[in-house]
Write a protein that binds this ligand. Structure first.
Ligand SMILES: [Zn+2]
Length: 141
C-alpha cells in the first residue's frame, strides 16, 4: 500500500531535519516517495519526505526518465531570477501558480556539489522549500 500524500498545511509547515543515507534506506524513502507519486492528483515530478509525513531532509524526483534524490540539500549559489509559470504542488490539489525562482543553482546534495538549470533547478528549489516548511503559495507573485 502506498503512503498518502499529506495535504494538511499545518503538517507541511514542519521543519525537516538532517538525515543520513542509512536512515533513508532503512525507511525505504525513495521507493515510498516514488509509489506515493503515482497516487497524486496530477502527474508529479518529485516529492519530499515531509509530503508522506516523514520530516527528514530527503526528496526523490524524476526528470527525463532518470531518478534522482536529494539528501540534505543546500543551495550554495544562484543565478538568473525568472518567473516560473503554473508551478504545481502535489500537496495542494488543483492549484497552479506563478512563482519567482532562479533558473540556475549550484547545490550540495549527498555531500557533493551539483548544478541544475531551468525546470530541474525550479523543482529542486520547490523540494528544498518543503524541507523548510515553505510552500509555493508563499512565493506566489
Ligand atoms: Zn510541493
Amino acid at each position: 500500500m502506498s503512503d498518502c500524500i499529506v495535504t494538511n498545511e499545518k503538517d507541511l509547515r514542519q521543519l525537516s531535519i538532517i538525515t543520513t543515507m542509512e536512515e533513508a534506506k532503512e525507511l525505504r524513502l525513495r521507493q515510498r516517495l516514488k509509489s506515493a507519486n503515482k497516487t497524486a492528483w496530477t502527474k508529479g515530478a518529485g516529492l519530499t519526505a515531509i509530503q508522506i509525513g516523514v520530516p527528514l531532509r530527503f526528496a526523490w524526483f524524476s526528470i527525463n526518465g532518470s531518478d534522482e534524490i536529494l539528501l540534505n540539500p543546500e543551495i550554495v549559489d544562484v543565478k538568473g531570477q525568472h518567473i516560473f509559470k503554473n508551478e504545481g504542488c502535489l500537496s495542494i490539489p488543483e492549484s497552479y501558480i506563478d512563482t519567482e525562482r532562479y533558473s540556475y543553482i549550484e547545490y550540495i546534495s549527498e555531500g557533493k556539489l551539483k548544478k541544475a538549470m531551468n525546470f530541474k533547478a525550479v523543482l529542486i528549489q520547490h523540494e528544498i522549500d518543503h524541507m523548510n516548511g515553505t510552500l509555493n503559495i508563499d512565493r506566489k507573485l
